[in-house]
Design a protein around this ligand. Structure first.
Ligand code: C2O
Ligand code: CU
Length: 502
């Protein structure tokens, strides 16, 4: 397939950005002239058995591979102009161990700059490691070398582009992949599972010719959500299971803006980890909640034969003016539990998990940071994000009153500090706060949810609310970023730098 450059596709799809009604009329008139239906793109693989992305393992302490970002992948059983790594969305699952080095040559065959972020990894943000300030131009390659510390927790992480201004387009387009840290030999908890699945959830909107829909200004303000929700690039796949057996499912919310409140019909989900770190013990849940970027690992124990729907319920994530902003209901998959008679009892859940002991020490500083949004004339006066993303008068998303500037140090922290941050949200919608490199524990939240006590890297800050976090800056020096993981907001300016100096 010949990939059509994104800019041209955009021009083709939307004669008038933001003119939703006009676009619909145009499609109708094309349909009547052509005399055939122009049905929207629809999945062609619903119900197929769940696939896993290709798995690439480290050998002798090193994982070396090339990731080629390009347009033209199969999604949900159809050829599309969506984006992928190595012809696939999600890209290959990278599997490494603590102490390994991850050597990735990123080759950019897109028509826009890109780069690579290892989301959630506790690794250096400097040089050619997990450095969000790097820029890999179209037609070029860049060699990343990421040293995974020997004491890195084992768990579920992911990778995606992070070039400011293009992040939402590129992730929505399909540039995501799972990154698993396996336990070091001898450190594994006794999880007696018959299957260990990555469930990478993404959403996308495609035109009937397989081009990715461009968002309107309104879509970006709310945070775009795709019409089709996919797991591992498949639409509502079937997950086979045997009664009595136990499976591990690693959910990754790779959606640009969608919040996932996931349930499995007729079953509890036994949560064992969040954002790549274990809970103290399996926690039975009727629902697990993932903001954009979050991961949740669960154990599933199918009970009786039958077909059970895995779905995300409608979740209201805020409002704008008089309109509510809701992540709509989405069917995700069907668990198909076989009729095989099983005599053995349910596989026992582990009593305890290898939970991490938190970094000890007194809090050395407190600070607060404010996530806000300005519309209209004020926004025009404030300037805007990069790349002319904000026209004067459009909505501007800020942190502490400013849009992102990669050259400015917004927070300066001494290496070794243990800080308490209060993240304040003055807007009527939830923003998922994400900090690179240095995971935090949530101490309290304005919505009253009880903190889980283990480190995480994304937390939803409630509308007109706040969260209080404890952040040990004790591991790596260097500059990196924190931002809203509704990636449209990040691209519109809701990102700031933190410089941790030795
Ligand atoms: Cu998943 Cu800074 O991002
Ligand atoms: Cu946001």
């Amino acid at each position: 397939m010949t990939p059509v450059p994104i800019s041209r596709r955009r021009a083709l799809i939307l004669g008038g950005i933001g003119a939703v009604a006009a676009t619909a009329v145009a499609i109708d008139s094309v349909a009547s002239h052509a005399g055939s239906g122009t049905e929207r793109w629809s999945p062609a693989d619903t119900g197929n058995q769940l696939n896993q992305p290709a798995m690439v393992d480290s050998k002798d302490g090193r994982l070396e591979l090339e990731l080629i970002a390009a347009a033209g992948v199969r999604l949900a059983g159809r050829d599309t102009h969506a984006l992928g790594f190595n012809d696939s969305s999600p890209g290959p699952t990278l599997r490494v161990r603590p102490g390994d080095e991850l050597a990735v040559r990123l080759t950019n065959r897109l028509d826009k700059p890109t780069n690579l972020h290892t989301h959630g990894l506790r690794v250096s943000p400097l040089g050619n490691s997990d450095n969000p300030f790097l820029r890999v131009d179209p037609g070029t390659s860049f060699d990343y070398l990421i040293q995974i510390p020997p004491d890195h927790p084992a768990g579920t992480f992911w990778y995606h582009p992070h070039h400011h201004g293009m992040v939402a387009d590129q992730i929505f387009g399909g540039l995501v992949g799972a990154l698993l840290i396996d336990p070091s030999p001898g450190q594994a908890p006794a999880l007696d599972v018959t299957a260990d699945h990555v469930l990478m959830v993404t959403d996308i909107t495609l035109a009937d010719d397989g081009t990715v829909a461009a968002p309107s200004a309104m879509d970006r303000d709310r945070g775009r959500e795709g019409e089709v929700v996919l797991i591992n690039g498949q639409h509502c796949p079937t997950i086979p299971a045997d009664p009595g057996g136990m499976q591990r499912w690693r959910f990754i919310n790779g959606c640009v803006s969608r919040v996932l409140a996931i349930r499995l019909q007729g079953h509890q989900l036994f949560q064992i980890a969040r954002d790549g770190t274990y809970l103290p013990a399996p926690a039975p849940k009727n629902e697990v909640l993932l903001g954009p970027g979050n991961r949740v690992d669960v154990l599933v124990r199918p009970t009786a034969p039958g077909r059970y729907q895995l779905s995300a319920r409608a979740y209201q994530r805020g409002s704008m003016g008089s309109m509510t902003i809701t992540s709509g209901f989405a069917g995700l998959a069907t668990m198909d539990v076989s009729q095989i008679p099983v005599t053995q009892p349910l596989t026992p859940l582990p009593d305890a998990l290898p939970v991490e002991t938190p970094t000890m020490g007194a809090v050395t500083a407190q600070r607060q940071t404010i996530f806000a949004m300005t519309t209209g004339a004020d926004a025009g006066a404030m300037g805007g994000g990069m790349d002319g993303a904000n026209d004067a008068g459009a909505t501007v998303f800020t942190i502490d009153g400013r849009t992102f500037d990669s050259a400015r140090d917004d927070q300066t922290v001494a290496l070794g500090a243990i800080e308490e941050w209060t993240v304040i949200n003055t807007t009527p919608m939830a923003h998922p706060f994400h900090l690179h490199v240095w995971p935090f524990t949530v101490l309290a939240s304005s919505d009253g949810t009880s903190p889980i006590g283990t480190p995480q890297d994304v937390v939803l800050v409630p509308p007109q609310g706040w969260v209080r976090l404890r952040i040990p800056f004790t591991t790596f020096p260097g500059r990196s970023v924190y931002h809203c993981h509704v990636l449209d907001h990040e691209d519109l300016g809701m990102m700031a730098t933190v410089n941790v100096h030795p």
